[in-house]
Design a protein around this ligand. Structure first.
Ligand code: FPP
Length: 291
């Protein structure tokens, strides 16, 4: 259902409603005309501006269940295909030289899913890490798990911690995986650690934003430049609440298992159209004013 930006008028005669379109409807998050839709993947890639590539992209991978349901398959099949999409995206980011990718693989709320689905997601994660272990080394890529990791099953914790440890020294490429993650609990955990340090005289108050960031699980990373969410939902669902303050948001209706190279290129081209001002006056606006 597209987002409506016009208005409704109630007919005085029949009592029914008419929708009056507004020009803003054409700017609807999901149905804006896509000027790139005719281009091939290669043409899309060539349209990218190398100087405007994001350094850090975060993704909420949503829609596995619906992808499976639309094919009459169990949800589990959607997660398997979702993992295939993830592998493709990791490889493509490498090709595009985007150094940091952060994915929301399992939220704190996801513990409320059926036990079998949770178990399958944990197994998929373990298999993924075992299989990609060597790839992380070959690509000099850090695997950085964030979230309340001690809530994970012991076997999952073991492989998660092992791969994190053996890749901790890599700095040029990072795959951050949010597991049993919630943005509010991350902030609360940071506040509690900070209070502990203040009590022990390790930090003096008041603190700065920069100091606070050092208590977050993403302490060493720049904030995401771009957040992508698939499946038509337009919310951030407790993901990276602090870190997304100035991030550009890209929402697409495409379900995660269908989010492949072409969709990445469309998201990047959308990102490159944005005027990132961080609260300042834009370059163009200020030069037009002669300042
Ligand atoms: C959301 O789709 C997706 C998840 C909760 C899990 C994400 C997992 C993967 C992409 C595959 C496995 C990846 C790793 C790293 C193990 P949904 O199930 O909420 O879909 P729905 O909204 O259509 O039901």
């Amino acid at each position: 259902m597209p987002i409506r930006l016009g208005f409704y008028v109630v007919s005085p005669f029949r009592g029914d409603r008419f929708y009056v379109r507004s020009f803003l409807d054409s700017m609807d998050t999901f149905s804006a005309p896509d000027i790139h839709s005719e281009l091939t993947e290669q043409e899309l890639q060539l349209s990218l501006e190398p100087d405007l590539m994001p350094r850090h992209v975060a993704i909420i991978m949503d829609g596995n269940g619906r992808w499976a349901a639309s094919r009459g398959l169990p949800r589990i099949a959607g997660h398997r295909e979702g993992l295939a999409a993830l592998r493709e995206i990791i490889n493509f980011f490498d090709e595009l030289s985007i150094p940091i990718l952060t994915i929301y693989a399992f939220s704190q709320e996801n513990w409320n899913r059926p036990r079998a689905e949770v178990a399958l997601l944990m197994t998929l994660l373990e298999q993924f890490l075992q299989k990609e272990r060597q790839t992380f080394q070959d690509r000099k890529m850090r695997f950085l798990p964030i979230g309340r990791l001690n809530a994970l099953p012991i076997s999952t914790q073991a492989v998660v911690n092992d791969v994190a440890e053996e890749t901790a020294h890599f700095t040029d490429r990072v795959l951050t995986v949010a597991l049993s993650y919630g943005g509010r609990s991350e902030i609360i955990d940071a506040v509690n650690d900070l209070l502990e340090d203040a009590r022990n005289g390790k930090v003096s108050i008041p603190i700065t934003e920069g100091q606070f960031e050092q208590y977050l699980t993403t302490a060493d990373l720049p904030d995401p430049d771009l957040l992508i969410r698939t499946s038509g939902e337009a919310r951030i669902s407790n993901f990276l609440l602090w870190q997304l303050a100035y991030t550009e948001l890209h929402f697409t209706k495409v379900l995660w298992p269908d989010f492949r190279r072409r969709e990445v290129l469309l998201a990047l081209l959308d990102y490159q159209k944005r005027d990132r001002r961080f609260g300042r006056v834009s370059q163009t606006a200020s030069s037009q004013r002669g300042s």
